[in-house]
Structures are given as C-alpha cells and as structure tokens.
Design a protein around this ligand. Structure first.
Ligand code: FAQ
Length: 329
C-alpha cells in the first residue's frame, strides 16, 4: 500500500513510501533504535535533519565572529588563550556538524551556498554586536548555557551521526559556559565600573538568549513532527523554562539583575515566570534585519572568496595525482 498523500504533504513529491515502511521506521524510533546513514528513512525525516543540522553547523561557524572580534583585545594572555581555544572549538563543532549533515546526502558546497544566499538560517543570537569585554563573559555564560540546555537532549537524537557529534560538542560547550561565568564573576566582584559593564552585557544579551530556543510552542512549525521522530526531545518553551530556572539564580549569585521586571519565582509552579517577549523583533532578526546580519554574511562571503584559490589548488593537485597514479598502473 502506498502513502503518496502523506509523502506529498511532507514535501517530497517523488517519494513512494509505503505505509509499512513508515510504520516500521516509526517502530524503530519508538524502540529508541538509532537511525544510521545507510538505513532507510522517510524523505521528510532526511529533509528535517538536513535543515536542522546544517543550520546548527552554520550557527557554530557564524558564531565564531562575535567572539573572534575580541581575541586581539582580551585583557590578559590567559583570557586570550582560552578565548582563542573556544572560538577554535566552535569552528570544530561546525565541521563535525557539516560532516554529520553530509551523511544525509548534501554536500558542503550546497550548504555553504544556502548560507550565503540566505536560503538557510543560522541562530538569531549571532546577529548582535560584542561591544565590551563583558559581552564575551555574557556569551559564554548565557549563549553557551542556552546551547547546552538545547543540545544535551540532542545527544539522544534518533539520528546516530548527529547524536554522536553532540556528545563531544556538549562537553566542550560546558567548558565554554564555565569560562564565560568565570569572566562574569571576576567583573561582578571587581570595581564598580566592571560590575556596571557586566550588568550592561546581561541587559543586552538576556532577551536574545531567552529567544534562542525558537518561537513559542504555539508558533513552532516543526516541533510536533520532530518530537515524534525523537529528533527533538523537548519543546522550545520547555527548554526555555529550564534555561530561565537555571540561570536566574546564577545572576543572583553574581549580584546582577535580569532585565525583566516580571521575572519572579512562582511558588505554585515551582518555576520562574518571565515577562512577554517581543517575537516581532525575533522574526526581524531571523529574516536578516538584526544589527549585525549584513556584516556576518559579508564576513563569510569574504572568507569563501579568499579561500577559493586554495580549493582550486587542492582540486588541481588531486586531479594531477590521480592522473599520475592512473598512468603508473
Ligand atoms: N534563530 O519550528 P521551529 C550555539 C527558525 S549553536 C534563527 O521551532 P525547529 C553554540 C527555525 O529554523 C546555536 N531561526 O524550528 C555556540 C524554523 O525555520 P525554518 C544553534 C530560528 O527546528 C555558542 C522556524 O524558526 N543551535 O549557540 C531560531 O523545530 C557560542 C520555526 O521554528 C542549534 O541550531 C533561532 N534562534 O526548532 C556557538 C541547535 N529558532 O528552518 C558560538 C539545533 C527557530 O523552517 C558561540 N537546532 N528558528 O526555515 C534546534 O534545536 C532547533 O532547530 C531549534 C528550532 C530549537 C533552534
């Protein structure tokens, strides 16, 4: 029996997937089996993973820019060495994730084109500027903190290559979060001007970090299907709440104030409540209208242009070597 209607709804008009195949696949997912690259999978599952993993990879690579901006201005050699290592780690995360996406049948070149043309998204959070050294602390604490909250469940994602990549990524993100919190602790316990700089960074990074988890569940188009497929394990709002609950006491410990007058402990719910978020502003940033979108893509385009001769030379060298090997056989 064929289920063309179902497949067409999933966006792949050519797929002829039988209801038996789909049921067998879902049974594997429900039994917590990992799906591997060579296994049969519905076209829509493949498409969802390519979308999410490639966007995740792009976020890591674009995410190197805001912090890279401070490598030469870090206040000490120790700070510079750890920031350099962190930015390098983010580049590594991007590479594992591109490699995981490639197992699904998309090439690095296609993914790169989608990023540069704007066809693929990357995380909204990286479209804000890093104005002071405290922003480096706030990114490590809040952005890596949010990333960990979102990514720990991805270690149990149903797609094996993505889940395995996330295990190492999460270990490194945990180190990043601690280096950020340590910067914030030093500033918060420092001179009044340093504490003010830490508070200013928290004021600017708090709301974008809370929004990083994606739109509210009522507007999240992919969550239901991704949760059925166990790609996502929790909804955007559930992860956002966990992040808020973990982070507000950390701000208290620093003696800093979360910039949300409605942020209060709710004893009945056993959670922190937060005030309304301006989702129009989030969508504006996602669609290219944030403070740094243009610069972020321009920097990637320049890196792509500057690296073109290296790629050409590597391809020419590989072609020459294989011609020589053929001639020698
Ligand atoms: N920014 O239906 P949903 C990091 C889009 S890595 C931009 O809820 P989904 C490490 C979404 O793509 C940070 N767009 O989507 C680091 C979809 O549009 P589409 C990245 C967003 O996929 C730290 C539409 O909205 N992490 O920080 C955002 O079920 C420091 C509807 O949304 C990941 O990518 C957003 N914030 O849930 C690096 C983790 N949120 O694709 C350097 C993996 C949503 O249909 C320095 N990804 N959209 O055109 C995920 O977990 C999910 O994809 C979500 C979104 C949770 C991001």
């Amino acid at each position: 029996m064929y289920a063309q209607g179902l497949i067409n709804a999933s966006g792949d008009p050519n797929a002829a997937e039988t209801t038996e195949q789909l049921a067998r696949f879902q049974a594997r997912i429900d039994a917590e089996e990992k799906i591997e690259a060579r296994d049969w999978m519905p076209a829509a599952y493949r498409k969802t993973l390519i979308r999410q993993i490639s966007q995740h990879a792009h976020s890591e690579i674009i995410g190197m820019q805001p912090e890279g901006n401070w490598v030469t201005r870090a206040p000490s050699l120790r700070r510079k060495a750890s920031l350099l290592a962190k930015v390098q780690d983010e580049g590594g995360h991007g590479l594992y994730l591109y490699a995981a996406a490639e197992t699904l049948g998309i090439s690095r070149e296609e993914m790169q084109d989608q990023l540069l043309s704007g066809a693929a998204k990357y995380s909204s959070i990286f479209n804000y500027p890093t104005l002071t050294w405290a922003d480096i602390g706030a990114i490590g604490w809040l952005v890596d903190g949010a990333a960990i909250m979102n990514q720990i469940p991805l270690c149990r994602c149903s797609y094996g290559p993505y889940a395995r990549a996330m295990v190492r990524v999460c270990k490194e993100e945990s180190f990043h979060q601690r280096q950020g919190y340590e910067i914030m602790t030093t500033l918060a316990q420092g001179a009044p001007a340093q504490k003010a700089m830490a508070q200013d960074a928290l004021n600017r990074w708090w709301t974008p970090s809370v929004m990083m988890f994606g739109p509210p569940d009522t507007d999240s188009v992919h969550s239901d299907q991704s949760m059925t497929w166990k790609i996502k394990r929790f909804t955007n709002d559930a992860l956002r709440q966990r992040f808020v609950d973990a982070t507000v006491p950390q701000a208290d410990y620093l003696g800093l104030t979360v910039p949300d007058p409605d942020c209060k402990w709710n004893d009945a719910a056993q959670h922190y409540d937060i005030g309304p978020l301006d989702w129009n502003d989030f969508w504006k940033v996602v669609k290219g209208g944030g403070p740094m979108n243009r610069q972020r893509i321009a920097a990637r385009q320049k890196a792509d242009d500057d690296g073109a001769w290296v790629r050409e030379a590597a391809l020419a060298y590989a072609a020459k070597r294989s011609a020589l090997m053929e001639a020698a056989e």
